[in-house]
Structures are given as structure tokens and as C-alpha cells.
Design a protein around this ligand. Structure first.
Ligand code: PLP
Length: 514
């Protein structure tokens, strides 16, 4: 790992590709069709090329490399069977413009996924359109707006959001044209009920709440909160990013939420990081179902006469199933795409991120209802196990039973100039991905740790051991933490400069700024 990467491999005349002899007449391009005289590309042999990219890939850190406790992101293991499923030719070789009768399998998968998400959440309808959690939030608040407009209540322009919220919450809400009012948290990490009451009015369109919240805490007053918001005429939006703690145990619709997004790429094990693609389906109660973004997949039962090729009955219910003793009658289900009657419209081209849907579907089918519940239980157990060890080493601002994640302060007694960032950088030297830093904003020097259910006790113990050693190093040799990481190809970066002067691609030496 410590070997420096040599990027300048170019030797004039070397080439990794062998093109066949030209077997057509050569014709010159007209000079004015050329953009430039020369193209300054590296010239390398095939083996140099392969080694370069394999080498780079080995610098990458991911869940397949090691423990990745990045809080709020649910970096659970992505089972490889998901990848086998999504690569089936029936999925990869279909085109979104194909007629419905040639993609019945794809539509069935989408329909069943909608049904699974409904069963897990208790909502009455689901749309798979949004491309990520933040996109689901935008779709959700647009539905809230459509609902109030449809109820002749256009003055509801405020959405309440707790101060512990993820940054996407106020961003998507403001993007939809709402005014954001921030609510304080109380000393137990719940929404401050007095502050909520003080801000409720007939201008409130609703509230956006993450539960469990970004401190990893289940709001102890949740039912009271949803009751108060409903009483004031508002709707409850649930940020479902933390559904991993509840899956198979509690249904958000029954807790009083009216609309919620799922982060399939977090809860349902599809690869993320590096920007996606993700998937953020939205579930809603009946009162919002007509506003869902579409198209969504619907079904119709039918009865088909194989002798005549005719549809005998295209909408029988299973209860009143007709007599099928005639062997030429076949019953089946027809899957079709439909736009909800008062839809806010499309939020994504075609049908959302279909590949992510296949992976999430596979994950759900592999685990089944009891397996999903077991993963939520193990996620909560792992987080509490780690919290109980780490709270002896670092300050724990909200000392409560946590859900699937928890937040400690990156501070060490007796080492005043050590910050969360130093601890995280040192963790890299111990070959762990750092936790989320400096979020949620209400905890100073926040380190947000989410172990997920897929980690073994041995992994949790070795992470805890690294955190113990780092606390000790902080007292005995703080410079070690300030200099970290020292085991990586590049050391401590100037993060401000890196963000301001983004260089994301290779540039020839002569084009680089000094
Ligand atoms: C990840 C996350 C989001 C945003 O979801 P994306 O899929 O990244 O857009 C919103 N809220 C919370 C609490 C999250 O953890």
C-alpha cells in the first residue's frame, strides 16, 4: 500500500491495441474537420495498462474490502446473488419502449416489489419512480403540496424539520417551494414538543421526520408528534433512510406517517457510494395515492380461452374464481403501467432505476419476511454492542438504547487538540473506513457509527480495539493522529483545496497547474 503510484507510464511508440490491417480504401479527413493537430494521450503497452488500472482499483476501499461504518449510509454487504439476478438476459436485454406484452416478467417484478414495500411499511400505494432518497423527498413534498391544493388549502407553505435532519430534507423541501422551519431537539434527542407546538399553525403543510433519527434514536414521543401535526391539518413525511432499524418490526404508516421514501440502496443491499445509481420509492396512505409519481404497475386478472384465443373475462377477483374445470380456460394476471389520476407526473425517465429494483427484489425474496426482521434486529444489536464499548472511551451525548446507529463525540479526555477528523484519519491507518464526521450538526465533533447487521462480532471487536488504541495514542502521542493517515498512497490532504480545485481526470503534464 505504501508504494507510490507512478502515473507517468507513457513511452512514445508504445501501444496496447493492435488494430487489423485496413481493408478499405483510406480516405483523409478534410483538415477543417479536425479539432486539434495533436492528441496528447499516454502511450502504454497492454501490461502497463492492465497493471495501472488494477493497481488503482486496489486503492479503493469498499464494503468488499473491510468494515465501513459510515453512519446514515447503511453500508451493509451487497450479496452477490443480487448481481447474478440483475444480469439475467431477460432483464438486461429489454428496452423501455418495448410493448407491455413482451415485458410481463419485468412488470411483475416491479409490481411485486411495490407490494413488498407496501407490506413492510403499511402504506396503501407505492411508486418506484424516484432515483434516490432525496428525490423521493422531493416527490413526497410535491404530493403534500398537491394534496393541500386539492383540498382548497393553498396557504399551507411551511414544512417543519428537526435540527437533527439530514441536509437533503431542508434542501428538497425548499426546492419544492416550501418554507422550512427548523425544530429544536430536546435533551434526550427527541423532537422538542414545546417547540413543535409553538410552530404548528394553519400555515403548516406538514412535518418531515426521520425515525429513528440521525442520532440513531427512536423518537419517544412519535405518536404524540404525528397526532399533533395531523390535528393542525398537516401531513407527516417520513424520511425512510433509517428503515433498516424497523424493517419487519414496525410499520411507518401505523406510526402515523402519510408518506415515506425508502432508500433501496441502503436498506435493501444494493451497491452505493460514488454517487449511485440509487432508488428512492415513495409509499403513501390512501389519501395521497392519486398524486403518486407514475407510471406505477397495476394488475388485472383475466381468463383466456385457448381454443378461441379470446379473453373470456378480464377482471375476475380471486374470491369468485370461475370454474376452471374446462382445460382450455387459463387464468392469469396481466401487468400494465398506469398513471395515477392526479399524479404529480414523472420524476424519472421510464420506470426508475430498474437494475436497483431487481437487486432489492432479489434481496427481499432471498431473506423473506423473517429474514428481513432478523436483519433489523441484528443491526440494532450490533449498534448497541459497539455503543456499549465505545461509550467507555469517548463521550456519548445521548446515552440511550440506540437503534441501528449511534453518535459519539470525537474527543479524548487529556488530549485537548484532538478532533473527530484526527480520529477518523487514524482509523484509516488501522484499515477501517471512518465513520460519518461532523453530522448530525447538533453534536459537536460528531462521529456517527453504523455497523450494520452484516458484520461479525469479531469485526466489531477489532474496530473497538482500534478505537481504544487511538484514544490511547491521542493522549500519548497526539502528533500520530494529526499526521494520519500515513499508510496510504497520499497522506493528509488539504481538503479545502481539494474541494475548491477539483481535478477529476488525468491531465498531460504540460497542461497541469503547478
Ligand atoms: C442518505 C440519507 C438521505 C438521502 O438519501 P439519498 O439516497 O442519498 O439521496 C436522506 N436522509 C437521511 C437520514 C439519509 O441517511
Amino acid at each position: 500500500m505504501t508504494e507510490p503510484v507512478i502515473y507517468e507510464l507513457s513511452v512514445p511508440g508504445r501501444c496496447a491495441a493492435h488494430l487489423p490491417e485496413v481493408d478499405v480504401p483510406v480516405s483523409e479527413l478534410p483538415p477543417d474537420a479536425l479539432l486539434r493537430d495533436d492528441l496528447n494521450l499516454p502511450e502504454v503497452s497492454e501490461i502497463d495498462l492492465v497493471r495501472h488500472f488494477v493497481h488503482l482499483s486496489q486503492f479503493n476501499y469498499g464494503v468488499d474490502v473491510g468494515f465501513y461504518p459510515l453512519g446514515s449510509c447503511t453500508m451493509k454487504y451487497n450479496p452477490k446473488v443480487n448481481e447474478d439476478a440483475v444480469r439475467l438476459p431477460g432483464f438486461t436485454a429489454t428496452h423501455p419502449y418495448q410493448p407491455e406484452d413482451t415485458i410481463q416478467g419485468n412488470l411483475r417484478l416491479m409490481y411485486e416489489l411495490q407490494e413488498f414495500l407496501k407490506a413492510l411499511s403499511g402504506f396503501d400505494a407505492v411508486s418506484l419512480q424516484p432515483a434516490a432518497g432525496a428525490h423521493g423527498e422531493l416527490a413526497g413534498v410535491l404530493m403534500m403540496r398537491a394534496y393541500h391544493l386539492a383540498h382548497d388549502d393553498p396557504e399551507r407553505k411551511v414544512i417543519l424539520i428537526p435540527d437533527s435532519a439530514h441536509g437533503t430534507n431542508p434542501a428538497s423541501t425548499a426546492m419544492a417551494g416550501f418554507e422550512v422551519v427548523e425544530l429544536k431537539s430536546d435533551e434526550r434527542g427527541n423532537v422538542d414538543l414545546q417547540d413543535l407546538k409553538a410552530n404548528l399553525s394553519d400555515r403548516v403543510a406538514g412535518m418531515m421526520l426521520t425515525n429513528p433519527n440521525t442520532l440513531g434514536l427512536f423518537d419517544e414521543n412519535l405518536l404524540e408528534i404525528t397526532r399533533l401535526v395531523h390535528e393542525a391539518g398537516g401531513l407527516m413525511y417520513g424520511d425512510g433512510a433509517n428503515f433498516n432499524a424497523l424493517m419487519g418490526i414496525a410499520r411507518p404508516a401505523e406510526l402515523g406517517f402519510d408518506v415515506m421514501h425508502f432508500n433501496l440502496h441502503k436498506t435493501f443491499s444494493t451497491p452505493h457510494g460514488g454517487g449511485g445509481p440509487g432508488s428512492g420509492p415513495v409509499g403513501v396512505v390512501q389519501a395521497l395515492a392519486d398524486f403518486l409519481p407514475g407510471p406505477i404497475v397495476m394488475t388485472e386478472d383475466y381468463l383466456f380461452d385457448a381454443n378461441t384465443g379470446e379473453l373470456v373475462d378480464d377482471s375476475f377477483g380471486w374470491e369468485e374464481s370461475p370454474d376452471l374445470s374446462d382445460e382450455h380456460l387459463y387464468e392469469g394476471t396481466w401487468y400494465y403501467l398506469d398513471m395515477p389520476p392526479a399524479s404529480i407526473g414523472r420524476t424519472k425517465s421510464f420506470y426508475g432505476h430498474f437494475g436497483v429494483l431487481v437487486r432489492a427484489y432479489t434481496y427481499i425474496r432471498m431473506l423473506g419476511a423473517s429474514g428481513l426482521r432478523e436483519s433489523a434486529e441484528a443491526a440494532v444489536l450490533n449498534a448497541n454492542y459497539l455503543q456499549s464499548i465505545l461509550k467507555e472511551l469517548y463521550p456519548l451525548p445521548y446515552d440511550r438504547t440506540c437503534m441501528h446507529e449511534f453518535v459519539i463525540e470525537g474527543r479524548v479526555e487529556g488530549a485537548p487538540d484532538i478532533r473527530a477528523l484526527d480520529i477518523s484519519k487514524r482509523l484509516i491507518d488501522y484499515h477501517f473506513h471512518p465513520p460519518t464526521n461532523y453530522f448530525p450538526l447538533i453534536v459537536p465533533e460528531a462521529l456517527m457509527i453504523e455497523p450494520t447487521e452484516t458484520e461479525s462480532r469479531r469485526t466489531l471487536d477489532s474496530f473497538a480495539e482500534a478505537m481504544r488504541r487511538i484514544a490511547q495514542e491521542a493522549r500519548e502521542n497526539p502528533q500520530l493522529l494529526h499526521d494520519a493517515p500515513t499508510s496510504t498512497p497520499v497522506g493528509r490532504l488539504d481538503e479545502v483545496r481539494a474541494a475548491r480545485h477539483l481535478i477529476l481526470r488525468w491531465q498531460p503534464e504540460d497542461a497541469r497547474e503547478g
